[in-house]
Design a protein around this ligand. Structure first.
Ligand SMILES: [Zn+2]
Length: 299
């Protein structure tokens, strides 16, 4: 995949510092308790000396509350923790914005509302899907129309799932963008209503499977349509990387209706063979209308 010369999306938000925020909060409480002890013992004069000293040290660039000399996630400023994947993610998300803006126009769907993509580390509180930890893998939360990715998943993709490569990662992002498209086009709502009327768990799962396979197909459509972009292109072997990832992973977690918590639900994603087939269908046709998994006779 060639993406280095492509633009960066404005919709990537680095929220990795929030995963360890409990520690930062703990420091604040400790400082407050310490000041209370000093006040009880030395009165307001003692507090003034300590707070004054704190500001003097801070002005000199020294953090008196830092317990270790090396920067830790808890003390790093907002958005400072980055990964080697960040620039690639920024370019891939930008390429989804440009492709889907054009596809929405061509298909008479109006303006494409781009989703936000949040990078997190360890855990993150979502808009509409409760608190999620990294164990759920990348996921899309329809409530706030946002994608959430802990990039350590990309390391797992290469090591644990044996699906390395930049396009394997791009496919994961494009699949989540596929869920966004299902949401903004109203497909997700329709399916949820039908799911609520379904008579059995198995029937409900079949709806989920069709949704997941459609997202795979839309990822394939995106991959095909990147051919129309300047400065972004696929290379030999890229689609194989994506197919390998589709084969390997039980991808993202779906939001449980009850409780609003994000939980892994890998058995509702379709078989490896189905996932590969629908990714291929999207790529072969380059047409989002070919992704109607609900009309398909067989998956
Ligand atoms: Zn999915």
């Amino acid at each position: 995949m060639r993406w280095e010369d492509y633009r960066q999306s404005d919709n990537v938000f680095n929220r990795r510092d929030e995963g360890g925020s409990a520690m930062g909060g703990g420091r604040g409480i400790l400082a407050f308790l310490l000041l209370r002890v000093i006040f009880n013992r030395f009165g307001i004069g003692g507090v003034v000396v300590v707070v004054g000293g704190f500001f003097l040290l801070s002005a000199l660039g020294i953090n008196p509350l830092s317990s270790s000399p090396s920067p830790s996630p808890a003390t790093a400023p907002r958005g400072e923790i980055t990964s080697r994947y960040d620039a690639e993610i920024g370019a891939v998300l930008a390429a989804t914005e440009d492709v889907w803006t054009e596809q929405f126009r061509e298909n008479g769907l109006g303006a494409y509302p781009a989703p936000r993509l949040n990078l997190f580390s360890g855990g993150v509180s979502t808009q509409g899907c409760g608190f999620a930890n990294a164990a759920v893998g990348p996921f899309y939360c329809p409530g706030g129309q946002q994608i959430y990715i802990d990039t350590s998943f990309f390391d797992q993709l290469a090591s644990r799932f044996d699906a390395p490569g930049d396009f394997a990662r791009a496919y994961v992002i494009a699949h989540e963008v596929g869920h966004h498209i299902q949401t903004v086009t109203g497909i997700s709502d329709q399916v949820r209503q039908q799911q609520a009327r379904a008579g059995s768990e198995a029937e409900r799962n079949l709806y989920s499977v069709r949704m997941e396979l459609m997202a795979d197909c839309l990822a394939g459509v995106w991959a095909r349509q990147t051919a129309g972009l300047q400065g972004f292109s696929l290379e030999e072997g890229d689609i194989q990387e994506g197919l390998r990832a589709a084969n390997a992973i039980g991808d993202d977690a779906l939001q449980r209706q009850s409780g609003g918590r994000v939980v892994p639900d890998s058995f509702t994603h379709g078989t490896s063979e189905q996932r590969q087939r629908w990714l291929s269908t999207g790529y072969r046709t380059g047409d989002m209308n070919a992704c109607d998994t609900f009309s398909a006779q067989s998956l």
